[in-house]
Design a protein around this ligand. Structure first.
Ligand code: HEC
Length: 202
């Protein structure tokens, strides 16, 4: 019996080693994929500006597009499906960030839709969100989700360029559920866990 157990252990051990080698053999060689390959779908998803006939406006929109891509606005503002970002609904909003004690915030529809998107906002209202986090309803956007504190370092021209590009997108009707605010400050446990791993962005 002891001998049998010994052989069984050797066989199981060998199978485990072979399985691991097989695993290493079949996974794609990450180190051989150039980093640019990973960002290709993201860049391809941003609609072109080539149909803007006015040269000055097209240049501005192109700059706005560049800023939007490098700041990955799409990472939060493009809805997520089972297969990853739904790029055919580029920037239509819906990404949820759950911050314990602070609330659940939903990224908003940045396409120029009249009822659910940015066509409802004036240029100044959008600029104010990007400059100082002030949302049109008078509340400061939660900065750990919508990172406006980073964008407040942009020049006015950069903000304008982003706006020109956003106004140029295809309008998509996508209603965003209202934020659910938490009870930060009133809940000491929530404050304790604030810097822990209990926060999640979906
Ligand atoms: C990490 C996630 C995240 C990123 C990145 C992000 N946003 Fe947001 N954005 C949000 C969330 C969440 C809200 C809603 C904030 C709230 O309700 O407190 C929001 C709100 C907004 C609003 C307000 C829209 C309205 O209805 O008035 C604008 C404008 C906006 N974002 C633009 C941008 C732009 C432009 C970028 C990139 C430069 C960007 N966001 C990047 C998460 C994000």
């Amino acid at each position: 019996m002891k001998k049998f157990l010994k052989w069984a252990a050797i066989v199981v051990g060998l199978l485990a080693v072979m399985g691991f080698i097989g695993f290493l053999w079949f996974i794609p060689p990450f180190s051989l994929v150039p980093p640019a390959e990973f960002s290709k779908p993201l860049i391809a998803a941003a609609p072109s500006t080539s149909d803007i006939t006015d040269d000055a406006e097209r240049m501005l929109a192109e700059r706005g597009k560049y800023i939007l891509i490098v700041h990955d606005c799409s990472g939060c503002h493009t809805p997520l499906g089972d297969q990853g970002p739904k790029y055919d609904e580029y920037l239509a909003g819906g990404g949820k960030g759950v911050f314990k004690g602070y609330g659940t915030f939903t990224s908003r529809n940045l396409t120029p839709d009249k009822e659910t998107g940015l066509a409802r906002r004036t240029d100044e209202q959008v600029n104010r969100v990007l400059r100082s986090g002030l949302l049109p309803e008078g509340r400061i956007a939660y900065h750990r989700d919508m990172p406006w504190a980073v964008y407040s370092n942009w020049t006015e021209e950069d903000r304008h360029a982003v706006l020109v590009y956003l106004r140029h997108l295809k309008p998509i009707r996508h209603n965003i559920p209202p934020d659910v605010e938490g009870t930060a400050g009133a809940d000491p446990v929530a404050l304790e866990t604030l810097f822990g791993s209990d926060n999640a962005i979906h």
